[in-house]
Design a protein around this ligand. Structure first.
Ligand code: COI
Length: 365
C-alpha cells in the first residue's frame, strides 16, 4: 500500500472559526485544515502521498486538465455516531465507482485500499471538523486531474494528481425536507449523456455540461433539472446531481421504482442502498423505465404516490412538483410522503449508527 507522509497544517483554523463554520456553512463553502495529495506517473505509479495543509494547487496553464477536462471525482460522507465516534458510509463503493470513472476517462486506477486509506487519514486528521447533529456530516470530495503539461491530444495525460478535500456539510437541501418538497424542471431541450458516452462516470465534464439546464430550471422557479434520455427524449433518467425514485402503488402493495442503469445514468451509492433497504421494509423493487407521460398519468391516477431524489449530498429529498415547457403537475399532495420519510429515517439511522447496520455498510474510522 502507498505510504502517506503526514505534514500537519501549522496554521489550523482557530477553534472559534472552525465552530462557526460547523454551525453556519452552507454545502461546499467551508473546508477543513488538511487535504490529501497523491501523484501518479508512468515510471513510479502512485507516489508522493501526503496529508498536508489545505492549500492552492500549483499547475502550469498547459496542464492537460485545463484543456481537455480529464477530471473525475467522488462524493462521500463521514458521520458522527452517537457516542462520538466517526464512520464512513460504504467507502469501497465510492472507490469502485472512482475506478470505473477512471477507466472510462483513460486515467489510472487507484487501489481500493489506497483510496479508502487516504480518505480515512484525512478524516482522522480533521476529526474535529466532523459535525454532530441530525443531517450534518463531513462531505469528502476525492478527485483526480490530468497534470501533463501538453496540448497534445494523441494520448491521455501521462501524469495525474489525486486529491481529497473535506467540507463540513449541513443537509444539501436544508429546510427542504419539511412541508416544501423540491420542484423539478424537465429538460426537454438539452441532454446529459448519450449511449457510449460518460453518463455512468462521475466526470466533471458531465456536470459542466449540466449547468445551463440547471440554470434554466432555477430560472423557471425549480430546484433541480430532470434529464431525459438523449435518443428518444422520452425516458426519465436522473436529476442534476442525484438519482430519482418513484413509489408506485398497485393492489395494496408498494414498489420502489428507479430508472435502470443503462450506461447513461450515474450508479448512485445511495440509490443502490435504498434498493436494498426497500426490500427490508417490505417494498417491491424495480429498476425499470418511465416516460414523462407515464409519470404524469400515474400521478393523476394515484399509481405514483411519491417521488424523491437521492444522492450522497442530497441524501433523500422529496419531490413535490414537476414542471416543464408544457405545464406541470403535483405529486400526491405536493408534500413529503410517508414511504419517502420512512426510507430516509432508516438510511439516516444506519449512517448515524442509531439503527443496527445489518448490511455492513458503516466503516468506522
Ligand atoms: C454527491 O451527491 O456527492 C454529488 O457529487 C452531487 C453533487 C452535484 C453535489
Amino acid at each position: 500500500m502507498v505510504d502517506f507522509e503526514i505534514r500537519p497544517n501549522r496554521k489550523p483554523a482557530p477553534d472559534a472559526e472552525r465552530r462557526a463554520a460547523l454551525d453556519t456553512a452552507a454545502f461546499g463553502q467551508a473546508f477543513t485544515d488538511h487535504m490529501i495529495t497523491l501523484r501518479w506517473d508512468e515510471e513510479r505509479g502512485w507516489h508522493d502521498g501526503r496529508v498536508e495543509a489545505f492549500q492552492p494547487i500549483s499547475l502550469p496553464p498547459s496542464a492537460s486538465v485545463f484543456h481537455y477536462g480529464q477530471e473525475i471525482f467522488e462524493g462521500m460522507k463521514a458521520y458522527r455516531q452517537e457516542g462520538g465516534s466517526i464512520a464512513l458510509f460504504r467507502p469501497e463503493r465510492n472507490a469502485a465507482r472512482f475506478n470505473a470513472s477512471a477507466r472510462r476517462l483513460a486515467m489510472p486506477e487507484i487501489p481500493v485500499e489506497t483510496f479508502v486509506h487516504a480518505v480515512e487519514l484525512l478524516v482522522r486528521q480533521d476529526r474535529q471538523w466532523v459535525p454532530d447533529g441530525e443531517g450534518n456530516s463531513l462531505y469528502l470530495r476525492p478527485m483526480m486531474i490530468a497534470t501533463q503539461p501538453t496540448l497534445g491530444f494523441t494520448l491521455p495525460s501521462n501524469s495525474y494528481l489525486f486529491c481529497v478535500i473535506a467540507s463540513p456539510a449541513p443537509g444539501y437541501f436544508r429546510g427542504r425536507t419539511g412541508p416544501s418538497a423540491l420542484s423539478v424542471w424537465l429538460s426537454e431541450e438539452y441532454s446529459r449523456a448519450a449511449p457510449g458516452g460518460t453518463g455512468f462516470a462521475k466526470a466533471g465534464g458531465n456536470y459542466a455540461a449540466a449547468f445551463l439546464a440547471q440554470r434554466n430550471a432555477v430560472d423557471n422557479g425549480c430546484d433541480q433539472v430532470v434529464w431525459l434520455d438523449a435518443v428518444e427524449h422520452t425516458w426519465v433518467e436522473e436529476m442534476g446531481g442525484m438519482n430519482l425514485c418513484f413509489i408506485q402503488s398497485s393492489g395494496g402493495s408498494q414498489t420502489l421504482m428507479t430508472p435502470a442503469l443503462t450506461g447513461t445514468l450515474l450508479p448512485g451509492v445511495t440509490r443502490s442502498s435504498l434498493l436494498q433497504l426497500a426490500g427490508r421494509l417490505g417494498l417491491g423493487c424495480d429498476e425499470g423505465r418511465i416516460s414523462v407521460d407515464q409519470w404524469r398519468k400515474q400521478c393523476e391516477t394515484g399509481q405514483i404516490t411519491e417521488v424523491f431524489a437521492c444522492g450522497t449530498a442530497a441524501v433523500i429529498a422529496p419531490v413535490g412538483q414537476v414542471r416543464g415547457a408544457d405545464g406541470g403537475w403535483t405529486i400526491g399532495d405536493g408534500r413529503p410522503g410517508p414511504v419517502t420519510m420512512r426510507l430516509r429515517e432508516e438510511l439516516i439511522g444506519i449512517q448515524y449508527g442509531r439503527i443496527p447496520d445489518e448490511f455492513g455498510w458503516t466503516h468506522p474510522v
